[in-house]
Design a binder for this molecule. Structure first.
Ligand SMILES: Cc1cc2nc3c(=O)[nH]c(=O)nc-3n(C[C@H](O)[C@H](O)[C@H](O)COP(=O)(O)O)c2cc1C
Length: 188
């Protein structure tokens, strides 16, 4: 596949086969990620490869966030939503979380977020090339104080900017874009 085809064919994937991804492959995606452009070579990222024990702990945070959105704690609705959410989260074959190391300078911080986004796209494209799908999630577990405690991060110096849910796709959806004529402006 050419690079242009790879870029156009990549889709966010939400359903995965129950099949692990080798650590070598994950590391190769991170190798591609860290080659992203980053202004002043700040290399503002960390990639947290999550094992099953930590995924179990994060699942509880994910589930309580989801359940408490629509149900009162202690209710039957809460219990059902909590249990379904635990199952859903544990069905993700592999989780990689991306941390942005926060600069005190707001201009550098903005540029570093851009660099981290480039890195994540490199990661997603490398995964896609190997037949592995990724969903970039920016859900509430990334903001939860308990997540920071489990991962031994401190919110003054670190921002969790992405949970990458990964696996071999069971299904791939569609996603359309506007015609480029709608987003281009020509100037003399
Ligand atoms: C910064 C960012 C945050 C995202 N957060 C979520 C998310 O929380 N949940 C989700 O389902 N998808 C999330 N996505 C994925 C987008 O929904 C997805 O890229 C978009 O629907 C286009 O689909 P495609 O990736 O298949 O082209 C996020 C993407 C980006 C760039």
């Amino acid at each position: 596949m050419s690079l242009a085809q790879l870029i156009k064919n990549r889709r966010t994937v939400y359903q995965f086969e129950d099949k692990p991804i080798s650590l070598n492959l994950i590391e190769s995606f991170i190798e591609a990620a860290v080659h992203a452009p980053n202004h002043k070579l700040t290399e503002p990222w960390q990639f947290l490869i999550i094992g099953r024990q930590t995924q179990d702990r994060l699942a509880k945070i994910y589930a309580s966030n989801r359940a408490s959105k629509n149900h009162e704690e202690g209710s039957e609705g809460y219990r059902l939503s909590f249990e379904n959410s635990i199952k859903k989260f544990l069905a993700i074959p592999q989780l990689v979380l991306v941390v942005q190391n926060l600069s005190k300078d707001p201009v550098i911080c903005k540029e570093d977020y851009a660099a981290c986004s480039c890195a994540i796209q490199n990661f997603q494209l490398s995964a896609w090339e190997q037949g592995i799908g990724v969903q970039w999630s920016s859900g509430p577990i990334l903001k939860d104080a308990e997540t920071f405690s489990i991962l031994e991060l401190d919110s003054e110096n670190h921002e969790l900017i992405a949970a990458l849910y990964m696996g071999y796709p069971l299904a791939v959806g569609e996603s359309q874009r506007k015609a480029i004529s709608e987003v281009i402006r020509h100037y003399d």
